[in-house]
Design a protein around this ligand. Sequence first.
Ligand SMILES: Nc1ncnc2c1ncn2[C@@H]1O[C@H](COP(=O)(O)OP(=O)(O)OP(=O)(O)O)[C@@H](O)[C@H]1O
Ligand SMILES: [Mg+2]
Length: 311
Amino acid sequence: MEAEFKRIARMLAEQDYVADESIVTALFLATTLNRPLLIEGPAGVGKTEIAKAMARALETDLIRLQCYEGLDSTTALYEWNYQHQLLHIKLEEHSTKSIEEKEAEIFSERFLLKRPLLQAITHHKPPVLLIDELDRADEEFESFLLEVLSDWQITIPEIGTIRASHIPYVVLTSNRTRELSDAVRRRCLYLWIDYPDFEKEVAIVKQKVPGVNDRLAEQITRFMEAVREMHLAKVPGVAETLDWARALVALHRDVLDQTVVEQTLGVIFKDRQDIEQVRMNLEELLQKVGVSSRLTPTAFSEDTIRKTTED
Ligand SMILES: Nc1ncnc2c1ncn2[C@@H]1O[C@H](COP(=O)(O)OP(=O)(O)OP(=O)(O)O)[C@@H](O)[C@H]1O
Ligand SMILES: [Mg+2]
């Protein structure tokens, strides 16, 4: 088992996914017991990315069903290709086939548009099926999904019942804009991903942003940690940390200073009031990070411009 754990951790690392023990355990159990994995957590902490990394690691396809309000079973399962059917009817207008034969033809697999759930069930090898942001779909859709996840078969009235040739690896994610039903929770294994701790976030930054030095990676992470303690409308996740790190590298910055932080606040915060609040508390935040708040040359000082043009 120890070896299997290490194998999963290594596989994720190879896909640039930094996983802690709880994530590795959850993936180990979900793949071994063949149970869907429900992942919840705040925005931008790497929920969706797990499914992507898993598919790459297992060398299989990722089939994604993005949920939204009003998503119905048809859109998730299959639709008939009406235009193609109509064209076929037109072309066959003078054929001598019986009505039954013609009907059977236009309601055959040829004219079926497979949507993510049907694609996952009929895939030639077990894919990773990502049902992303399930909390955005309606409860009705959730009940329908439960049926699919338990039976792994889909009945199309005109064709018959299609059974899964392989059970997909299923990852469901939710940002908790509403509570998912107990029935869904019961069927799944559960993983909560929180904002990463310091070591994990530094590791993610170093892994994902080439060219970032250790000191800058640590300063960025400390700053993000401090910011997450404030009461903001939109708390920045790892996605924003990475965007910021990339922006600072693009500006040829090795360390943080007050000016560059001020100039790049729009990379991290996407809400006007949040930016105001951070700006007002900037000195204190920078002190927590260990950056002196005295003014230093701007990102566009002659020094930087010279450095940029020399590169
Ligand atoms: N542990 C991690 N290792 C590597 N990259 C990570 C990790 N966590 C997050 N990231 C990166 O952070 C970004 C956001 O991740 P992702 O889109 O998976 O977040 P999410 O939790 O699905 O967010 P949302 O709730 O907004 O959909 C991605 O670029 C992803 O690569
Ligand atoms: Mg996501």
